[in-house]
Design a protein around this ligand. Structure first.
Ligand SMILES: [Zn+2]
Length: 303
């Protein structure tokens, strides 16, 4: 899926050239050709081309390591469980809650054994993926400090839109904006081809989690407005979270068919939209945690 290394044709040709150079070096020692002409000898041409080829390979910038969540892209096995577990009363687990349009698994992680559920979503817009490495780091912190989930069971979806994430596109593989695909009162049809709210498997997964586990509140990570927004009864929570991170509370307004409109306004679940800045896409897990980890830890202090 992702390109981590130097392309193999380049490596191969270098190996081949090195082998032929070794055998022809012996021939060069016995070569009776006059010295100036020797520089046109095939072995020199091979040598020069090897150096040029080598420098050409080195001059290419090293491929950038993608911010990946590789486990989310393991092949889908036939019959893989897509049912939600009946109860969250297990200390920690990961399961597949459904599949994307292109068949990628939508992984859900849970931590804690409390009755109180906090739902955290990242990368519902595939090109706003900084929340995903932040969740990866958060998972490590939760594993190291299980006491953090004493009062909460966290249900985390690190990549809501795995097809958009793979393609680095906002929408899912059918071109639907998942954050406009929820059955809110303000849902707006896109015309005759619109299949209506919850037409997409990815939004159905989120709706299933809402209905099954009835979270007390929701955090949803986006980019790149660099602010904290809330829908429904989330003002106090948003202000508390803003006090411990570089984001300020600012209302963007309820978007038609958004998760904020559905969960916050219809279902009355406080929902905080965490709009990380655009540059967060280039931040390491550690930097993301340094800047925004406090927000997550503060959320766990909610009573
Ligand atoms: Zn977004």
């Amino acid at each position: 899926m992702f390109d981590y290394g130097i392309s193999s044709p380049c490596v191969l040709s270098l190996e081949e050239t090195a082998t032929s150079t070794g055998s022809q070096n012996v021939a060069l020692l016995r070569d009776p050709t006059p010295l100036p002409t020797r520089f046109l000898h095939p072995i020199w041409l091979v040598f020069v081309s090897t150096v040029l080829l080598g420098s050409a390979c080195q001059s290419q910038p090293a491929p950038k390591r993608e911010l990946g969540y590789k486990d989310s892209f393991r092949p889908v096995k036939k019959g893989e469980a897509s049912q939600l577990p009946k109860t969250l009363k297990t200390s920690k687990m990961t399961w597949i809650a459904g599949h994307s349009v292109q068949g990628r698994p939508i992984e859900v992680q849970s931590y804690g054994e409390s009755e109180n559920c906090l739902l955290i979503l990242a990368t519902i817009h595939g090109n706003e993926f900084a929340g995903t490495p932040l969740m990866k780091k958060f998972a490590k912190v939760l594993k190291a400090q299980p006491e953090l989930t004493r009062d909460w069971t966290l249900v985390i979806v690190p990549v809501v839109n795995p097809d958009g994430f793979a393609a680095k596109k906002r929408r899912n593989a059918r071109g639907v904006d998942l954050n406009r695909n929820f059955p809110a009162g303000n849902y707006k049809s896109k015309g005759s081809k619109d299949k209506g709210p919850l037409s997409e498997p990815e939004s159905q997964v989120i709706d299933g989690l809402l209905k099954k586990y009835k979270p007390q509140f929701i955090l949803s990570f986006h980019q790149a407005a660099n602010l904290l927004d809330y829908d429904g009864p989330g003002k106090e929570l948003a202000e508390r979270l803003a006090a411990v991170c570089p984001l300020k509370v600012s209302r963007m307004g309820a978007r038609p068919g958004s998760l904020g409109s559905y969960a916050g306004i219809e279902l009355k679940i406080p929902i905080i939209t965490v709009e990380l800045p655009g540059k967060a896409s280039r931040m390491s897990e550690e930097t993301l945690w340094k800047n925004y980890g406090g927000l997550l830890l503060e959320a766990l202090k909610t009573r």
